[in-house]
Design a protein around this ligand. Structure first.
Ligand SMILES: Nc1ccn([C@@H]2O[C@H](COP(=O)(O)OP(=O)(O)OP(=O)(O)O)[C@@H](O)[C@H]2O)c(=O)n1
Ligand SMILES: C[C@](O)(CO)[C@H](O)COP(=O)(O)O
Length: 240
């Protein structure tokens, strides 16, 4: 009889400790109502309704008074912890708050609270392909627009080559201890990483890019929220 605890399944960390400065509302954007539920509820439901996901750790601001106190969503446990000043600090706190049954070499997902429109098919593709990768994987979308570099006067300084450029999305899938060590190394070096993959890249690792849907948008501004609301209503109307 093994004394080892049962495997924990795939847990996800949801950084939700941001201030939403670019959104510009008094209420943190993760709590703004969309179609009758806070944005964070849509994100957690998209994650936890997936059969491959076991639970979530939601990372909250120390002064968050809005979290509704959910303890489970879609029948899966929802834990919470306190985040930090930067997204990477919040992710590190989330990693530390995972259940002990999540082993150091177990894969975990990190997914922005601000990305509510995650498709189950994208999540499945990320996990299926990422789990076979020695490092891990991220959802991403190839750049399809021409990219311009702006001058201080608002004019165009030049056009950037877009070949092989991708926009990083989330979730991002990495092993618990490897990711924690990479984030700690970046922090200790004073490097502000904007996603988990950047911390892994700094360690010389090359996470796999898994193409994801363009509508896995990050709610940054009110216009993004209006787009998400449209997508929800279109889904209800069964529009493509
Ligand atoms: N210290 C921080 C900063 C951000 N986040 C989370 O990281 C995700 C992506 O960050 P972003 O979209 O930039 O959210 P905010 O930082 O809130 O937005 P802003 O930069 O406009 O203030 C969000 O779910 C946000 O809540 C976090 O958990 N902890
Ligand atoms: C993690 C991320 O969503 C990948 O594109 C992005 O880097 C988050 O950036 P933000 O400025 O913290 O929103």
């Amino acid at each position: 009889m093994s004394s080892e605890p049962a495997r924990a399944g795939l847990w996800t960390i949801v950084p939700a400790a941001g201030r939403g400065a670019r959104f510009g509302s008094d209420l943190p954007k993760q709590y703004v109502d969309v179609a009758g539920a806070p944005l964070l509820a849509h994100t957690l439901r998209a994650l936890l309704s997936h059969p491959g996901v076991a639970g979530a750790v939601v990372v909250l601001a120390a002064d968050d008074v809005h979290f509704p106190g959910w303890q489970d969503i879609a029948g899966k446990p929802v834990l919470r912890c306190e985040g930090g000043d930067a997204r990477a600090d919040s992710v590190l706190a989330g990693l530390a708050a995972l259940p002990d049954a999540v082993r150091p070499d177990d894969f975990v997902l990190v997914h922005d609270a601000a990305r509510p429109n995650l498709a189950a098919s994208d999540l499945s593709a990320l996990v299926e392909r990422g789990r076979d990768d020695p490092v891990g994987a991220i959802l991403a979308a190839p750049v399809r627009d021409t990219l311009k570099r702006a001058g201080d006067d608002g004019g165009i300084d030049g056009t950037e080559p877009r070949e092989r450029l991708w926009r990083a999305l989330t979730p991002q899938l990495f092993r618990r201890l490897q990711l924690a060590r990479a984030l700690e190394a970046a922090r200790d070096a004073g490097i502000a990483v904007t996603d988990e993959a950047m911390a892994m890249e700094r360690q010389g690792m090359r996470p796999l890019l898994v193409e994801g849907r363009e509508d896995n948008l990050k709610i940054t501004t009110p216009a993004d929220l209006r787009y998400f609301d449209y997508l929800l209503r279109s889904r209800t109307l069964d529009m493509p």
